[in-house]
Design a protein around this ligand. Sequence first.
Ligand SMILES: [Zn+2]
Length: 123
Amino acid sequence: MNSRSKLVKKLDKVFSKFIRERDRSCLYCGKKENLQCAHIVPRTYLNLRWDERNCITLCYRHHLYWAHKDPLEFTAWVNKKFPGLEEYLNKKKNEHVKYDKAKIEELLEVYLDKVKNIDRLYD
Ligand SMILES: [Zn+2]
């Protein structure tokens, strides 16, 4: 049986793969290597942790040495690039959603399926 933390880890992995395959390159510099899934609102907010609108693909360098190092500049860039996103994220950030095991299992299934069908979705 899977524990909740194991499921969260698994979902993080699949979700990250989905985001990277969706974007295919660093949205900041266009590089296609060493890509990571970057959260706009930190993933400690569970109701935005697996929200596709809260995640973008960045290369390792821009994720760790730009977005994480200078969150204010990163947020300003995001808001300029995606008008209206900030309002959406701020609203959703404070909603109370319960992420029990069943809900996480359900999301895991959704994203396993999305990753499997990614070429059909985005080509
Ligand atoms: Zn980059």
